[in-house]
Design a binder for this molecule. Structure first.
Ligand code: RIB
Ligand code: CA
Length: 343
């Protein structure tokens, strides 16, 4: 089913995947901003196998891999899942200020765990760039009808908010995979001792987004590197044994990481899961500051835990994930990817 919005962009609403068989007219609608990326792949597949959310658009950003590769990977993943109704808009090829810093040593030379996926042969991006696409889509939908789930550097999101500040508050929420807030024993960095990759890669963009007035939930390393958010070999075996295309594709793109590091951290699917099932995480609200100076603390996300007078929220107050339901999250992820009934 396709729909031409008032802005002239032709885009399609999501066709129910895998026999969900009913129109998804009333559940959360998401735009997924992503840099696929192995864990990005699991976020996309969780969204595609979740009958209780609808992807109204995908935007790609340079991050784990250069923009040509992250865009091609988004398209080849949709082709692998035989889905042609979700528009993909190509985004930023570099951060606002910094140099691009791909992480192919983690995600493999193809950005997808050297899984050798074919294509893309049939799909191509829409004509609009990511910021224009996000702006048009959000303005064309009713107020607070869309959640923006950003699981890569926040370059596209910041560029959109700079060009169209109203979009920040028209969105129902912005859920990011990003930051390391030192709120749990796992809340240290992964690029530096204190900085998480998505924020470190484009700290200026993160600073703009945190100051935008959007309703932000940050799913950071504090929870995504905890035991409840790790893909281990036993779960990999369950996925590899499944006949469901999403499970088999997940097993294929995670095999390299599992063989090299014995585990795959489920950063991005946990951020997506927080929209699918909000009680999968617990959060606390704090004002946040992003360090913009170069050096070890570049991209550090500092949660200001000092007591504040009642009702005096700072403008940069966001909700930060402090725990993940275990085994609830991994049960949800594996259950959806394998098509287990009732997950
Ligand atoms: O720090 C983890 C984040 O960086 C994840 O989004 C991963 O895909 C990489 O982009
Ligand atoms: Ca990512």
């Amino acid at each position: 089913m396709s729909h031409r919005c008032s802005c002239g962009i032709l885009y399609a609403t999501h066709v129910p995947a895998f026999g969900t068989g009913y129109f998804k007219g009333t559940m959360p609608k998401i735009i997924l901003d992503t840099d696929p990326g192995v864990d990005d792949t699991l976020a996309l597949l969780l969204a595609l196998t979740s009958p209780d959310i609808e992807i109204v658009g995908i935007t790609t950003v340079a991050g784990n891999a250069p923009i040509d590769l992250t865009t091609a990977n988004a398209l080849r993943l949709l082709e692998a899942m035989d889905i042609s109704t979700i528009p993909v808009a190509r985004g930023a090829e570099r951060p606002l200020v910094r140099q691009p810093s791909p992480a192919l040593q983690i995600h493999g030379s193809d950005g997808l765990g050297e899984s050798g996926l074919p294509g893309p042969d049939r799909l191509s991006p829409v004509a609009s760039g990511a910021p224009e696409f996000i702006k048009a889509l959000v303005r064309d939908h009713p107020y607070a009808d869309i959640d923006l789930v950003a699981v890569g550097p926040l370059t596209n999101v910041a560029t959109t908010f700079l060009a169209a500040p109203d979009v920040a508050t028209r969105l129902r929420s912005v859920v990011i995979m990003g930051g390391a807030f030192a709120l749990t024993p796992h809340g240290h960095g992964n690029v530096t001792p204190v900085s998480e990759f998505n924020v470190w890669a484009d700290p200026e963009a993160a600073d703009i987004v945190f100051r935008s007035g959007a309703s932000i939930t940050a799913v950071g390393l504090d929870v995504t590197t905890s035991p409840g958010a790790i893909l281990t070999s036993d779960l990999h075996e369950t996925l590899a044994a499944s006949t469901h295309p999403a499970a088999r594709l997940t097993a294929r793109v995670t095999r390299l990481g599992l063989s090299r590091r014995g585990q795959v951290q489920l950063h991005d699917p946990l951020a997506l899961a927080a929209v699918v099932r909000p009680d999968i995480i617990e959060t606390r609200d704090f004002p946040v500051e992003v360090v913009l100076s170069e050096g070890t603390t570049r991209g550090q996300t500092i949660a200001d835990q000092r007591p504040r007078p009642e009702g005096e929220d700072a403008p940069t107050t966001i909700s930060i994930a402090t725990s993940v339901a275990d085994p609830g999250f991994r049960d949800l992820l594996v259950g959806r990817l394998t098509g287990a009934p009732g997950r």
